[in-house]
Design a protein around this ligand. Sequence first.
Ligand code: NAI
Ligand code: 15L
Length: 268
Amino acid sequence: MTIKVHHRLLLTGAAGGLGKALRERLKANCDVLRLSDVAALGEAGAGEEIVHADLADAQAVHAMVEGVDAIVHLGGISVEAAFQPILQANIVGLYNLYEAARKHGVKRVVFASSNHVTGFYSQGETIDADAPARPDGLYGLSKAFGEDLARLYYDRWGIETACVRIGSSFAEPKDRRMLATWLSFDDLHRLVTACLTTPVLRHTIIFGMSRNAVTWWDNRLANHVGYVPQDSSDVFRDAVYARTPAPDLADPAALYQGGAFVRTGPFE
Ligand code: NAI
Ligand code: 15L
């Protein structure tokens, strides 16, 4: 299958956990992979170029975006935090990114949204992309803003975005909740590839999960993306059950899809 449909691809947040996982994998998707982060990225390897930028700095973001054909946007605050850093990286930063995309003619973005946009749904219910946002904190709220900002830039300027509500993308599921939310790194790459290559993307919300037996999310509204997960958390199930206690159903973290995020935050 042809997965190289872009000449120069921008990967933001390239120094982070998922950025490191995608750095090698995304080279198959382009001729030149432009890596960006505010943190150190090491030397540029073959087929790579590096442009450091703070997402809150509009001028730096414009330089980062100029000349690329599509963007995989992972950069930003990735957990619950105080409002100011979230405001700068995830809200001002996203506005800067889309303004740069608009001015430089970039027509497709894969935006790393999060399951915390809908973290206050119960673990006992299944939702799809039409379910109203129920953010579980300031971080989830900033991702909901990002999804709406992306919709505005699609409706007004035709910039297509896949808002990927990533579950838990780590080498392995760390706890029982992650048996439902886990997304393997290879499936993450499959998902990003599908978002980059599908002929018509529009503004799409898609849940980023592997083919897990237990699931809370229904991707029927994103069939046009063509994402077919191939990994499953099920192979880790026995080991996770053996090393973790049964959930305490009096704890909101065990009741809601957002897990511990529903009771975390800078609130006194
Ligand atoms: P991470 O925290 O490891 O990486 C984020 C990267 O963004 C870091 O390298 C950081 O230096 C960079 N960054 C932060 N503020 C910045 C700024 N102002 N300007 C430029 N760069 C900045 O997070 P991870 O796990 O790699 O996640 C990547 C993306 O995926 C994030 O947007 C996160 O919200 C999202 N996501 C990740 C999930 C996961 O399971 N790993 C789950 C749901 C969403
Ligand atoms: C996220 O949005 C975070 O970026 C990641 O660190 C995990 O905590 C993940 O959600 C999760 O819900 O497990």
